[in-house]
Design a protein around this ligand. Structure first.
Ligand code: GDP
Length: 447
């Protein structure tokens, strides 16, 4: 299994943190070094490893662990979250009518995967069919038909036809009554122009809802360039990693996922049609780390975080005028606005704050519609304490993670950060005024 010994070595490094409440750079370096070693051994791309290490390091050192959380739990949570982010979500595969095309090199496990996936869909109550278009490999037809029989699913192929596009066309017609059509394609020893041209023609004929790239887990760094070529030819929506039962590697497949900006759909773990697993990032990482209690642990940390937020009675708007304007401040403002009505009206109700002062604010500073406010609340609930306190640490990868966690589009998260910046700037103007200026302004307004 990928990163097989990561759990063991990481546990050793994490155990050194036991009993500590503060983490220093040396501790974090030790943990990060173990992770790097395991990932590189599993063939994970060096750039990926580096960016993962950076995220873990900066989060472990910059973010404040919630009260009552040990250093060990905190670092483990960060490692877990960042690894989940590295492998990404599972490829979206709605249980509905669809056509899926499989691509990949010869021997990667396409034909086997087609049957496995068909079996998997059949266990979900759908009626799948396999369309076998591999006219190059002698025996592909027989192998595929036999596996389809074993999986007890519909099958279409034509051993006497040598035009794969024609087989694809006729196969689609013949399997019209199926819910899910899985189109298997030919592979070659290496990617060449002929294969690319052929798969492009099949793709045009079939017009699949999804293209999945099938990769042997043992394939090393070359998975990356292969994925790029398939991506350019037909576009790849997801990756199936096969033969995970026989290797401790698999990192090459992660590079392929990264390269195609796609996700992992399935894992192949054996030669029979039932040896397939839907990819689940949480379970996958928990298993990699060899920590069954990980979910419990993350829940414990989460509860501590919530408690910290509930204890927020000491939140004082005065602080906001004095120091940093955090996302907590913005959240509190928004909550207050929710309770009181639109901010402009609220400001109107406060003596001395009506009229004039609103004109001094940028037009869109208060332009937070109710729908956006609701989204912002959900997004902020998905952010860590460190991010709330210091939204500047939120970069591209965190935006992606928060989007996944909150179920809101990345665009919304950027809007939230923009809104925060704008409010912060506005406040800074007031802060910069000094008491005398403020008094003068108040007097003017009261006249
Ligand atoms: P294709 O050329 O891409 O269609 O590859 P095949 O489906 O014919 O698979 C090539 C070989 O790998 C066959 O011997 C399969 O039994 C084997 N294979 C495929 N998937 C797995 C897997 O998940 N685990 C193991 N152990 N063998 C697999």
């Amino acid at each position: 299994m990928v990163l097989d010994d990561l759990g063991k070595s990481l546990r050793g490094a994490l155990d050194d943190l036991r009993g500590k409440s503060r983490i220093d750079e040396e501790d974090v370096d030790a943990v990060v070094k173990e992770i790097q070693r395991s990932l590189l051994q599993a063939d994970v791309d060096v750039d990926l490893v580096m960016s993962l290490s950076d995220s873990i390091k900066s989060r472990a050192l910059d973010e404040e662990p919630p009260q009552g959380t040990s250093a060990r739990d905190w670092v483990l949570r960060i490692v877990y979250e960042e690894l989940v982010e590295l492998v990404g979500e599972s490829t979206d595969l709605p249980l509905e009518n669809q056509t899926i095309m499989l691509a990949g090199l010869y021997g990667s496990g396409k034909t086997t995967t087609a049957a496995k996936m068909a079996w998997w869909f059949s266990t979900k109550g759908l009626r799948p069919a396999i369309i076998q278009t591999d006219t190059d490999r002698p025996g592909a037809y027989d192998q595929s038909k036999e596996m389809a029989d074993r999986a007890e699913v519909d099958f279409y192929g034509d051993p006497d036809e040598d035009d794969p596009v024609k087989i694809a066309r006729e196969g689609l017609e013949a399997t019209e009554s199926a819910d899910v059509r899985i189109v298997d394609t030919a592979g070659r020893d290496g990617l060449n122009e002929e294969l690319i041209a052929q798969i492009e023609r099949i793709e045009q004929e079939v017009n699949p809802d999804r293209n999945l790239l099938v990769l042997d887990a043992a394939m090393g760094q070359s998975a990356k360039s292969q994925a790029r070529d398939f991506q350019e030819a037909i576009g790849i929506e997801g990756v199936v990693i096969t033969k995970l039962d026989g290797t401790a590697k698999g990192g090459g497949a992660l590079a392929a996922v990264d390269e195609t900006d796609s996700t992992i759909a399935f894992l192949g773990t054996g030669e029979t049609v039932q040896d397939i697993e839907r990819f689940e990032p949480d379970g996958f990482i928990s298993r990699l780390l060899g920590m069954g209690d990980l979910k419990q642990l993350t829940e414990r940390v989460e509860r501590a975080m919530e408690a910290t937020q509930d204890e927020d009675e000491d939140w004082d708007p005065e602080d906001m005028m004095e120091g940093e304007f955090t996302l907590y401040d913005m959240q509190k403002q928004m909550e207050a606005m929710n309770n009181m009505g639109p901010l402009s009206q609220v400001m109107d109700m406060i003596p001395g704050m009506g009229g004039g002062i609103m004109d001094q604010l940028p037009d869109n500073a208060m332009d937070v519609t109710e729908e956006r406010m609701r989204d912002f609340q959900v997004i902020m609930d998905s952010m860590t304490e460190g991010e709330m306190e210091n939204p500047r640490v939120v970069g591209k990868s965190r935006i992606e993670r928060i989007a996944r966690g909150s179920g809101k589009p990345e665009e919304r998260i950027r809007e939230l950060l923009e809104q925060h910046k704008m409010m912060e700037r506005t406040l800074k103007q007031f802060q910069g005024m000094g008491d005398a200026d403020m008094e003068r302004m108040m007097k003017q307004m009261q006249q």
